[in-house]
Design a protein around this ligand. Sequence first.
Ligand code: CAA
Length: 390
Amino acid sequence: MNIGIDRISLHTSNYFVDLRTIAEARSVDSDKYYLGIGQEKMGIPPPDEDVVTLAASAAYPLMQDGELENVELLLFATESGIDYSKAAGIYVHGLLEMNSRCRTVELKQACYSATAGLQLAIGFVARNPSKKALVIASDIARYELGSPGEATQGCGAVAMLVTADPRLVAIDSESGFYTEDVMDFWRPNYRSEALVDGKYSTMVYIHTLIESWKQYAELSGRTLADFGRFCYHIPFTKMAEKAHQKLCRKFKVDIDKDTLTALLDESLRYSRIVGNCYAGSTYLGLTSLLDTAEEDLAGKRIGLYSYGSGCVGEFFSGVVQPGYREFLYADQHRILLENRTELTYQQYEDIFNYAVPTDGEEYVFPQYKTGPFRFSGISRHKREYESLVD
Ligand code: CAA
């Protein structure tokens, strides 16, 4: 029985800042961002958008299409948690009016947790083939203003429906995965911005890729020539390109610039203008690939690499299903990305520094443009969400 991704839908903020604006404010050559790290824009969430509203908005088209019937497992992957105790997915479950017969849990391991969620969901469907699982990755990437990481911020959520006989991508059973206790990127509970040892993190990303690939290749018998496309975790697009070049070099496969572009570029298009979505980044890449590839990818095997600092990595793969294009939300994604509002530097900094009171008393957020749901306020330490749709 094939099991895998049946539908995939994304949401990001309606606001973005252009990296030329950041470059000017930091007196840096904008080519460092546009060419050096391969990023052009980054999504910036307004105060009334959080991981819950991003996630619920990402999954909303599935609700509208009646796809959430029979979902008995909701896995919410994030490293931007809003509560030490209650799973953010439960708010999403409520906003989407899902069935109460549903297990709902939040998963954390930096940017890797959605892949853990996907694999757990596949196990669930293998045991309950008539049931579905919903995996949502939702994150807001924040680094200190003026830090080297600043240009690699972003935000977004990707919702994936996992079923038997999936209409988009059947996930292969072989997988290579690797854990090692390292401090390349982390965020202590008392901080709202991540800390990172930037250069070291890129080295650990590559090391973990090579270890994961070695296992995958041994288990599957496949080589790097067996893939139609690759889809990497994308903290910034240059990272994915460098990772693939290094993997090829390590295993003595020649790769020129054109081949690299042909294998990766479609998967990098959304990330280049949305930025890092941490747990969602690999799947933002997969959505970008499926939505924007001009070639019909049906029957092609996609190699996927997921990396979460700290660290866990996994290399796995999936085969694109015939007729997949009919089940994409490509038009909605294009409209969302084309109609965002650009922020000035001052607006970006004001939103970044917007401080939500922590006394838990009554608080109402100003209304910005969000998707179908917004984080409207706080009352007696309880977060309040508002649905903007009937
Ligand atoms: N024109 C063209 N290119 C230029 C340039 C210019 N004017 N100026 C600089 N560049 C190039 C540099 O040569 C460099 O390219 P190479 O790497 O090929 O040498 C590139 O632009 C970046 O320049 P620096 O190395 O000087 O950049 P930096 O040190 O200021 O920051 C970074 C880079 C360390 C990755 C930083 O962005 C960072 O800390 N990011 C956050 C951490 C991160 O994303 N790590 C990735 C792996 S960890 C992970 O994947 C998990 C996760 O999501 C966080």
